[in-house]
Design a protein around this ligand. Structure first.
Ligand code: ADP
Length: 263
C-alpha cells in the first residue's frame, strides 16, 4: 500500500483540524476535520441547521473555533491577529443566497467596491472589473443597477465581486437558494469554470438533488458532524445509482463576451 499522502493532504488551501464550534450550550460543529486542496471543489451538503454556514464563517474567520484549528493558506486561526484578518479576507471570496449587492451602485461599482476599499488605481480597477464582467457574462450590463437584473444576473455580479482580489478560495453559502433550477445550474457551471481557472470553491447547500449529478467531491454534514465524504470521482460510478444528463457536466471554456475595444 502506498505511504504517500493524498493530494489533499499534501496541498491543502483550507484545513479544519478537529474543529468544534459551540454557541453557548448549542454545538454547531463537532470535531470536524476537513482538507480542501489548492484548486479543489467541494460541495458541503446537509439540511438546514447542520452547521454549513458556521463552517464557512470559520474559514472566513468571521468566527473562531471553540476547539481545534482552521488554516487558510498561511493564516492560522489560533495565531490570527486582528490586523491580519483583512489580509485573509482579501484572499477568500464570499457569496450568499441573497447576493448582498449595494443597491445604490451600478454593476461596475459593485464589482469594483473591494478595489476602491484597498485604494487600487483607476486603470487597474477598470481593467480588472471589465475583465471579470466579461467572464461572468455581464459586460453589457455594467451600467445597470441591481434592481434591473434577474436573480441569476445579481448572483453573477456577486461572483465577479468575490473574485476581484483573485482569491485562493471562493466560499458560496447557498448561492442557488433564491434561483430557479435552470438558473441554479447556470450558476453552478460558472462556479465550475472559475474552479477550472484555478480558484478553490467550497459551496454549501441543502440541495443534494441539485449537486449529486456532478462529479465533484460531496461532504455531507448532519447535526454538526461530517457523516460522509464522497471523493470527486468518475461520474459513471456515481451515476450508477443516479442517472444524469451528460450535457450537465461537460466542461466549457471560460466564457468571455465580445468586448468593445474602448469606451
Ligand atoms: P446551516 O448553515 O447548515 O443551516 P448553521 O451553521 O447556520 O447551519 O447553524 C448550525 C447550528 O448552529 C444551528 O443549530 C444554529 O441554530 C446554530 N447557530 C448558528 N449560528 C449561531 C449563532 N450566532 N448563535 C447561536 N446559535 C447559532
Amino acid at each position: 500500500m502506498s505511504t504517500q499522502p493524498s493530494t489533499q493532504e499534501r496541498h491543502p488551501i483550507v484545513s479544519l483540524y478537529h474543529v468544534s464550534k459551540r454557541y453557548g450550550r448549542r454545538t454547531a460543529l463537532h470535531d470536524i476535520t476537513l482538507h480542501v486542496e489548492h484548486g479543489g471543489f467541494v460541495f458541503v451538503v446537509g439540511p438546514s441547521g447542520a452547521g454549513k454556514s458556521t463552517l464557512l464563517r470559520l474559514v472566513y474567520m468571521e468566527e473562531f473555533p471553540s476547539e481545534g484549528q482552521v488554516t487558510v493558506s498561511g493564516f492560522v486561526s489560533t495565531r490570527m491577529r486582528r490586523n491580519r484578518i483583512p489580509h485573509l479576507r482579501r484572499k477568500v471570496g464570499l457569496i450568499f443566497q441573497d447576493f448582498k449587492l449595494l443597491e445604490d451602485r451600478n454593476v461596475f461599482e459593485n464589482v469594483a467596491f473591494p478595489l476602491y476599499v484597498i485604494g487600487a488605481n483607476r486603470g487597474y480597477i477598470r481593467r480588472t472589473v471589465l475583465d471579470l464582467l466579461g467572464r461572468v457574462g455581464l459586460y453589457q450590463k455594467r451600467n445597470a443597477h441591481p434592481r434591473e437584473l434577474s436573480g441569476g444576473e445579481q448572483q453573477r455580479v456577486a461572483i465577479a465581486r468575490a473574485l476581484v482580489n483573485s482569491p485562493y478560495v471562493l466560499l458560496a453559502d447557498e448561492p442557488t437558494g433564491n434561483l430557479d433550477p435552470v438558473v441554479a445550474r447556470e450558476i453552478l457551471k460558472l462556479l465550475f469554470r472559475i474552479n477550472v481557472a484555478g480558484t478553490a470553491v467550497i459551496m454549501a447547500t441543502h440541495d443534494h438533488e441539485l449537486v449529486r449529478r456532478y462529479r465533484q467531491r460531496i461532504v455531507h454534514v448532519e447535526q454538526g458532524e461530517i457523516v460522509q465524504d464522497e471523493e470527486a470521482f468518475d461520474l459513471w460510478s456515481r451515476e450508477a445509482s443516479a442517472p444524469a444528463d451528460p450535457s450537465e457536466w461537460r466542461e466549457e471554456p471560460l466564457v468571455v463576451e465580445p468586448r468593445e475595444a474602448a469606451e
